[in-house]
Unconditional design. Structure first.
Length: 201
């Protein structure tokens, strides 16, 4: 009777261990075969401020109409829209970290009229993996986890998707001198998946 009880306990423990191992394996391997696509617009507040008396829909319709005009126009942009334009302070292109961890697309940091910094990834694609994070580092071109640690970094957040355009608000207090590179980083294994070295536009 005791032997049967021990065998049952061992069988249950083995099944639990097998289930945990299968879950961990799925968590680690599944992202490699699945793309998570994100397509975010550049926030409207970054592009322009709605002039008094106009709705966002009216402004967008005006911008579309102006884009279709081929003739030179002498008329100035309305002052509220012109004053609200954000400016790019740094940009760069993503590169492969190695033959397996590949990345492409652009990273641009914008300063909004309010003084906040916003990171924009466009035409972006990176090898997917478990728990990828977006980091900003003062280091211009880190190659591995030790380079990331030595240079110091600011974690912006979890990567929203390994494919597509996306936006990230940068933490307050981050200065332009800290904008050396954008790093796509696998947190559990401390592996660099892709890096975009930033420089003034």
């Amino acid at each position: 009777m005791a032997k049967i009880t021990v065998r049952r306990a061992l069988l249950v423990a083995g099944l639990v261990a097998l289930g945990v191992a299968a879950y961990v394996a799925y968590w680690l391997i599944a992202p490699l075969f699945v793309d998570t696509v994100v397509e975010e617009e550049l926030p409207f507040s970054v592009g322009a401020e709605v002039p008094p008396g106009m709705t966002r829909v009216q402004v967008e319709a005006t911008m579309v109409a102006v884009a279709e005009v081929d003739e030179a126009v002498d008329e100035a942009m309305p002052a509220p829209m012109e004053a609200a334009s954000a400016s790019a302070v740094a940009s760069g292109s993503f590169r492969d970290a190695d033959r397996f961890h590949r990345g492409e697309g652009t990273a641009t940091v914008y300063r909004t009229p309010e003084g906040a910094l916003l990171l924009r990834l466009e035409e972006f694609r990176v090898t997917n993996g478990p728990d990828l994070r977006v980091l900003i580092s003062p280091a211009p071109n880190p190659d591995d986890g030790s380079d990331v640690d030595i240079g110091g970094y600011v974690e912006v957040g979890r990567l929203k998707g390994n494919v597509g355009s996306q936006n990230y608000e940068l933490p307050p207090g981050l200065g332009e001198d800290g904008l050396g590179s954008v790093i796509i980083y696998c947190w559990p294994f401390r592996v660099v998946f892709s890096v975009a070295a930033l420089s003034p536009p």
